[in-house]
Design a protein around this ligand. Structure first.
Ligand code: ADP
Length: 159
């Protein structure tokens, strides 16, 4: 069984993330979506809330996708799951430098773990969790850019 790990902050999950997940599922039998905290960003939603939203949005994929929270070194999580693949999404050139550095770093420590980059659908190329939060904060329309559960939670958060 081929498995992969898709790590991120997912604060909150957007349709861009979902698109990457669905593309990854065409290549792998099982995907672990792992919610972590980026030390550079203060999250809007707690890790528990982010996990709940992802689980709800990914329900249609059943047991092919598992959502978990993880604190620690990602490489250890990947090995723990018996996987050797990390999935990351790429939007624009601006993502590249950061992603390249992380992938190189991970390879330096675990030469058997590969990072695979998946490009999102054009429609989602501009989408980010931060943009979504900005729109929601000012009560703008987020429909079509995030799963329904996220739309609801954003309304609760920024009413
Ligand atoms: P991180 O804080 O780890 O970058 P994010 O939750 O912001 O976590 O993103 C997780 C992954 O999903 C990253 O690889 C990011 O580049 C990718 N990603 C985020 N938004 C999109 C999008 N709209 N299209 C494609 N990939 C995306």
């Amino acid at each position: 069984m081929k498995t992969a790990v898709y790590p991120g902050t997912f604060d909150p999950v957007t349709n861009g993330h979902i698109d990457i997940i669905e593309r990854a599922l065409k290549l792998f039998d099982r995907l672990y979506v792992v919610v972590g905290d980026n030390p550079q960003k203060a999250p809007t939603f707690t890790a528990e809330e982010r996990v709940i939203m992802l689980k709800e949005a990914l329900k249609p994929h059943g047991s092919k996708v598992e959502v978990e929270q993880f604190r620690g070194l990602l490489l250890n999580y990947v090995k723990e799951k018996g996987s050797n693949v990390i999935i990351r999404g790429l939007r624009a050139i601006s993502d590249f430098e950061y992603e390249f550095q992380r992938a190189q770093f991970n390879r330096e420590f675990e030469k058997d773990i590969e990072t695979i980059f998946i490009m999102t659908k054009d429609d989602y190329a501009f989408l980010s969790s931060s943009i979504i939060k900005e729109i929601a904060m000012f009560h703008g329309p987020v429909k079509g850019f995030v799963p329904e559960v996220v739309e609801r939670k954003l309304k609760e958060k920024f009413h």
